[in-house]
Design a protein around this ligand. Structure first.
Ligand SMILES: Cc1ncc(COP(=O)(O)O)c(CN[C@@H]2CONC2=O)c1O
Length: 474
């Protein structure tokens, strides 16, 4: 018999080219060690509730009642659930077309899309149209849907920041497009120099690539930088001049750990710039319930909002969304709750504020502990985590360590991270999985381990690192 369609040899070559380091070699090795009984601290994924973060109470109460509406008929329901959770559950159930078990519209529940639009209006001060908001199974699916519409073949390029979150490199590869890198400047706190953008586009065009879109991740993953309003204006100007669609990945907009650069959405800056730019530049912005102080990664809830996208294109995107029938309906309720939060005076408001503030303040402290911890280590330098959930220290590996990695057939930062994992159980992602300048090495970890565990984790890291650097120093 000849080779079959799902034999590796005959598979879609684009599938085989894809790499996704966040769950790559290190994660697989860590899982093996865990099976052998070794205690592993999985800091490879921005997965807060896997590291002990408690879910916010109110959203879970509402969704629990939506999942089990018979509880609403129980005369004792008020003894267990607060009145505002009961009221909100009834509100969302009335928006669905038959409860959480029924498909919704392929763009999501209209009433929830309206709540998203109202959130955006409150945040940015400009009208937002629910018809241009699609709910998705996490931001990942939204990103993939939009990139699928943009990439027509190998000749189409997408500008992606380096280091980047490999959802972008993997998806561009999967769809057979070309990733056009623009390098963030580590010495400028991962700042973005617009001159780099022009250079990247010129180089791509020289190779015959048509650059069609640009991705920004703000706050950054893995780099944690927050873009300034001035930076966003430069980027939008650049997209206007180069006729590029801007994909604004803003999933960490709640995760801000400094006051110098608060989050400002790409859409607000675009609208502030006024015509012609505010009428011309095509923007798609992404958000999720996986991050922030929600951390509801497993629910798979997200949205994207389209700005200056023609109705015919929106119809095509709707058509493709229809193939998957319906976004995850429980996750849509979480999205509605996230964008339409409790208000002062609501029964559950104080508890919600206490819980959410507690999480954010702790994340801010952990960002500081981790950055200072890394900067206390030999041959390690680390920019402060201004936002998002990650720390991305630079590892100044001695030449002997690089040689040892070569002998082991490993990329230097993979070699280092494997040694770190074996010695300490700390599972990280090598910087090579996110892209980095030639000859510069990093690792990515999250700032998510429990605050009380942080000092021990950092001292365990420092012990390993300083011994490693001493072992290979010249
Ligand atoms: C920048 C960015 N965009 C989108 C997503 C996807 O989020 P959804 O859960 O909504 O699909 C992630 C997830 N961050 C991954 C997951 O954990 N660690 C990471 O780097 C992300 O970091």
């Amino acid at each position: 018999m000849g080779l079959k369609a799902l034999d590796y040899e005959t598979m879609n070559e684009n599938v085989k080219k894809v790499q996704y380091a966040v769950r790559g070699e290190l994660y697989l090795r860590a899982s093996e060690l865990q099976k052998e009984g070794k205690k592993i601290i999985f800091t490879n994924v921005g997965n807060p509730q896997a590291l002990g973060q408690k879910p916010l109470t109110f959203p879970r109460q509402v969704v629990a009642l939506c999942q089990a509406p018979f509880l609403l008929d129980d005369p004792n329901v008020g003894l267990i659930f607060p009145a505002d959770a009961i009221a909100r559950a009834k509100h969302y159930l009335s928006l669905t077309s038959g409860g959480l078990g029924a498909y919704s519209d392929s763009r999501g529940i209209p009433g929830v899309r309206k709540e998203v639009a109202e959130f955006i209006e409150r945040r940015d001060g400009y009208p937002s149209d629910p018809e241009l908001i699609f709910l998705t199974d996490g931001a990942s699916k939204g990103v993939m849907q939009i990139l699928n519409c943009i990439i027509r073949g190998q000749g189409d390029g997408v500008l992606v920041p380096v280091p980047q979150y490999p959802l972008y490199s993997a998806t561009i590869s999967l769809f057979g497009g070309s990733l056009v890198p623009y390098y963030l400047e580590e010495t400028a706190n991962w700042g973005l120099d617009v001159n780099n953008l022009h250079e990247s586009v010129a180089q791509a065009r020289f190779k015959g690539i048509t650059v069609r879109a640009m991705v920004i991740i703000n706050p950054g993953n893995p780099t944690g930088q927050c873009l300034s309003e001035a930076n966003l204006r430069e980027i939008l100007n650049f997209c206007y001049q180069e006729n590029l669609v801007l994909l604004g990945d803003e999933v960490y907009q709640q995760n801000i750990y400094q006051d110098k650069r608060p989050f400002i959405s790409s859409r607000k800056v675009l609208m502030d710039m006024g015509p012609p730019i505010s009428k011309e530049v095509q923007l798609v912005s992404f958000h999720t319930v996986s991050k922030g102080y929600w951390g509801e990664c497993g629910q798979r809830g997200g949205y994207f909002e389209m700005t200056n996208i023609p109705p015919k294109t929106v119809d095509e995107i709707y058509k493709i969304a229809s193939i998957s029938l319906s976004p995850n309906v429980p996750a849509q309720i979480f999205m509605g709750l996230m964008v339409n939060p409790l208000k002062p005076g609501d029964v559950s408001y104080d508890q919600f504020v206490r819980e959410s503030k507690g999480i954010l303040e702790s994340l801010r402290r952990r960002a500081r502990i981790m950055t200072d911890g890394f900067n206390s280590c030999k041959n390690v330098v680390c920019n402060f985590t201004e936002g998002a959930m990650y720390s991305f220290p630079q590892l100044r590996l001695p030449p002997k360590a690089i040689e040892a990695a070569k002998q082991a057939g490993k990329v230097p930062d993979v070699f280092y991270c494997l040694k770190l994992l074996e010695a300490t159980g700390i599972s990280t992602v090598p910087g090579s999985g996110f892209g980095q300048k030639e000859g510069v090495f990093h690792l990515r970890t999250t700032i998510l381990p429990a605050e009380e565990d942080m000092p021990e984790i950092m001292s365990s890291f420092k012990k390993f690192n300083d011994e490693f650097m001493a072992q290979y120093e010249d």
